[in-house]
Design a protein around this ligand. Structure first.
Ligand code: SAM
Length: 377
């Protein structure tokens, strides 16, 4: 791998500006936001740091082939043209993950198979032996992205998706993806020396992500495996140094209160368990409380951020209207001086909050188009 390389970090749609800001802070060069991700440049340390530190990314890819293709056969030829001995030996295991969008090549599984065949055929021709396939934990994972007539084949430096932080074994109803939760916090512009509260906290994802940010704890700190660890050029000393330095630089205490509450007792027990697994159970406050009885903590105002239920069926939407109205009333009457953010996938319900929206950011939660709404109180 050359010293300086181009990379592409993927993320949920709408989080590109937050991801680009994270990359600039990490010292990446040529940071250029695109659709569903951000291109950047850097050396091997930048790549390791990106995997260790990025809060909003899903995975970090290292493109090695970018070619026009109109058929699986053309794809096969292009992949076979790469010198694969730079990245693999017959002793390695590999897997190819493929996604296709608006292309003449419609079958992603077939495209992945052709790619794998091209690599293995090259090894058979040259050495008479070939790497084997391991779809679960490959030593080298490849990502093939085909958009219209352009195929990009990348080494996947992350392996399992970076949003899986490992603190959330228990899933409540509709939890927020960790990378999206971190993205909402970053987009809110919250300063960690001011309080942050989530009065509809569910399993506590927003509070936990905010706390890790405030403590300068990298999200990948205790993760055992990243994709780059199976590569031929894995520099274990460099990786260990970067990770240990991050651990030494972490804060032990939160600069300001971070607290969550929820109507449901089971959600609050999940939030507490998750916070403990995240190593911060002793730093966060979680209480059972109905929003109608809730008020923000005393002292200097800070940020309120929450994601109320959206209601996918019509009946549910009618029931939820009252919750959104109550939320608006509580924000207006009890939260003077605070900044409030509501993340929702339902524009009609959002209007029931009844407050002037100071800013609206469009994002995707999986396939659901959502908005982060800011209210100045
Ligand atoms: C979409 S979930 C929040 C998910 C959360 N962000 C997470 O990561 O797990 C919405 C939460 O609002 C809570 N909720 C609904 N009505 C409420 C009320 N009146 N007062 C407080 N919480 C309420 C639900 O119990 C649910 O946990």
């Amino acid at each position: 791998m050359p010293a300086n390389q181009s990379y592409f970090a993927t993320c949920a749609r709408g989080l590109e500006p937050a991801l680009a800001a994270e990359l600039r802070e990490l010292g990446a060069s040529d940071v250029s936001p695109g659709r569903g991700g951000v291109a950047f440049g850097g050396d091997r340390a930048t790549l390791y740091r990106a995997n260790l530190w990025l809060r909003t990314a899903v995975r970090v890819l290292c493109p090695i082939l970018d070619v026009p293709v109109t058929s699986p056969e053309e794809l096969y030829d292009a992949v076979r043209g790469v010198d694969w001995s730079r990245y693999l030996t017959p002793e390695h295991t590999l897997a190819v993950d493929c996604n296709v969008r608006d292309s003449a090549i419609t079958h992603s599984k077939y495209a992945a198979l052709k790619t794998k065949d091209a690599i293995c055929d090259q090894f058979m021709d040259r050495l008479g032996r070939r790497p084997s396939v391991d779809t679960e934990t490959p030593m080298v994972g490849l990502n093939l992205h085909i958009h219209q007539e352009q195929a990009v084949l990348s080494l996947d430096s992350s392996g399992e998706s970076l949003h899986k932080r490992g603190y959330r074994p228990i899933l409540t109803k509709a939890p927020l993806n960790e990378a999206l939760a971190a993205g909402l916090i970053l987009l809110s512009g919250w300063r960690p020396d001011t309080p942050l509260v989530d009065p509809l906290c569910g399993s506590g994802t927003l509070c936990i992500e905010a706390a890790w940010l405030a403590l300068r704890r990298p999200p990948g700190l205790t993760r055992k495996r990243f994709g780059f660890m199976g590569w031929m050029d894995f520099d274990i000393e460099l990786w260990t140094e970067l990770r240990d330095q991050a651990r030494r630089d972490m804060l032990k205490q939160l600069p300001a209160v971070i607290a969550g509450s929820d109507l449901r007792g089971d959600a609050i027990s999940f939030a507490k368990t998750n916070a403990r697994t995240a190593g911060i159970g002793h730093l966060l406050r979680f209480d059972v409380k109905d929003i109608r009885d809730w008020r923000p903590p005393d002292g200097l105002p800070g940020t309120i951020i929450c994601n109320p239920p959206y209601g996918e069926r019509l009946g549910e939407e009618r029931e939820l209207r009252g919750l959104y109205q109550m939320l608006g009333k509580v924000l207006k009457e009890r939260c003077r001086g605070w900044s409030a953010f509501v993340f929702t996938g339902n524009g009609r319900l959002a209007r029931a909050v009844g407050l002037d929206v100071a800013e609206r950011t469009h994002l995707c939660n999986g396939r659901i188009p959502c908005q982060l709404l800011r209210y100045t109180l």
